[in-house]
Design a binder for this molecule. Structure first.
Ligand SMILES: C[S@@+](CC[C@H](N)C(=O)[O-])C[C@H]1O[C@@H](n2cnc3c(N)ncnc32)[C@H](O)[C@@H]1O
Length: 351
């Protein structure tokens, strides 16, 4: 039965052409990367949203509707692995009909649609990128109806205009890595949950193999962060500590990348070993071809201005990720399962 809440009119994109989005992104990226500047933290969310204005169409072309990595079994395709990971998160949280759930940083709605179809839960997709929200509504419509009542909310996950205790559960796939203030984001999720509410977050983290004194590691990390708009990636233990500092009780954590078949590492999709037409945009040869072709189409004024440069930015991001993966210093699938305590203890000495 189709039970979607009415679709609000959302203005597509944060405004302007691809060229304008690209110019904004490049300018804001410099601002956000300047540790001495006082605008860095303030501008970071705007910069990330402009990043997604630039890259979303490429991601949809290369990745489909789910924009996250996933541990892969031998011979398993990326999309099958993503769906299996999404089902795993739904199972971990015990999602089912009647539960209200928030998808934090929901992309274009791939995980939301899949999880809603599987579980029947009522899911709100939270995202601050207007274009992606519009695509999310479209994915929901095209899914031909999900069992739960789902909707999307255009909002910054560090400042959500919803009442406390609204949700039974929250999940997020690879979105908190963009937060300039992780604590604020995790505290907002804590506030939005009912007591006893549970979260499952899969996040980009530096692994134990990352050595901050190794200049090669430092260089790869800097390039991953800069090219993917993911500032100050935490270590796995740092991420657990951040979840606890926001008030959650951690139930379990695991680097799911370690569950991949050795021949199917999480970064395989960017490596050029998944040869199929659909993956062309993700593999190095395909990415080079896309960059050259788009630059040519741009010169001929067939493709929008800025498309060639956007393809170059994506290539830099992908190359840095493959290097980080090959060195084993980054995981994009660090899963933390945690809960908000039933009753918040009040320390009498505070009064
Ligand atoms: C790598 S994508 C993952 C999308 C989605 N979870 C998926 O797996 O398909 C990261 C998402 O986080 C969103 N995001 C980043 N910073 C955000 C913020 N401050 N508030 C809301 N959404 C944010 C982006 O717009 C994007 O949709």
């Amino acid at each position: 039965m189709l039970r979607c809440v009415p679709e609000p009119a959302v203005k597509a994109n944060s405004g302007g052409s691809l060229r304008e989005a690209l110019d904004d992104f490049l300018e804001l990226r410099e601002v956000a990367a300047d540790p001495a500047g006082d605008r860095a933290e303030r501008e970071q969310p705007h910069m990330v949203s402009r990043f997604y204005d630039v890259v979303t169409r490429f991601f949809e072309y290369g990745w489909g509707k789910s924009f996250h990595f996933a541990p892969r079994r031998s011979g398993e395709g990326l999309h099958a692995a993503q769906r299996r990971q999404e089902a795993g998160v739904a199972g971990l949280l015990g999602l089912g009909p009647g539960l209200r759930v928030v998808d934090v940083g929901c992309g274009v709605g791939g995980p939301l649609v899949n999880i809603a179809q599987l579980s029947g839960a009522d899911i709100t997709g939270l995202n601050f990128n207007a274009y992606q929200i519009e695509r999310g509504w479209r994915a929901l419509r095209r899914a031909g109806g999900v069992r739960g009542a789902c909707d999307f909310l255009l909002a910054d996950y560090m400042d959500v205009p919803l009442a406390d205790g609204r949700f039974d559960a929250a999940y997020s796939f690879e979105a908190i890595c963009h937060a300039p203030d992780r604590h604020r984001c995790l505290s907002e999720i804590w506030r939005l949950l009912k007591p006893g509410g549970r979260i499952a977050l899969t996040e980009w983290c530096l692994t134990d193999r990352f050595d901050a004194r190794d200049p090669i590691h430092g260089d790869i990390r800097a390039r991953v962060e800069f090219a993917n708009a993911t500032p100050q990636l935490p270590t796995t233990s740092g991420f657990i500590a951040a979840v606890q500092a926001a008030g959650f009780e951690v139930l379990s954590s695991r680097d799911q990348a370690l569950d991949s078949d050795p021949d199917f590492p999480w970064y395989r999709a960017l490596q050029g070993r998944d040869l199929s037409l659909a993956s062309l945009a993700r593999v190095p040869a395909g990415r080079r071809f896309t960059a050259t072709a788009t630059a040519l189409l741009e010169r001929l004024r067939i493709a929008p201005a800025g498309i060639g440069e956007s393809a170059r930015i994506l290539n830099e991001a992908a190359d840095a990720l493959v290097q980080a993966g090959e060195e084993g210093i980054l995981t994009p699938c660090f899963l933390v399962h945690a809960r908000k305590p039933d009753a918040v203890r009040i320390d009498p000495s505070d009064s």
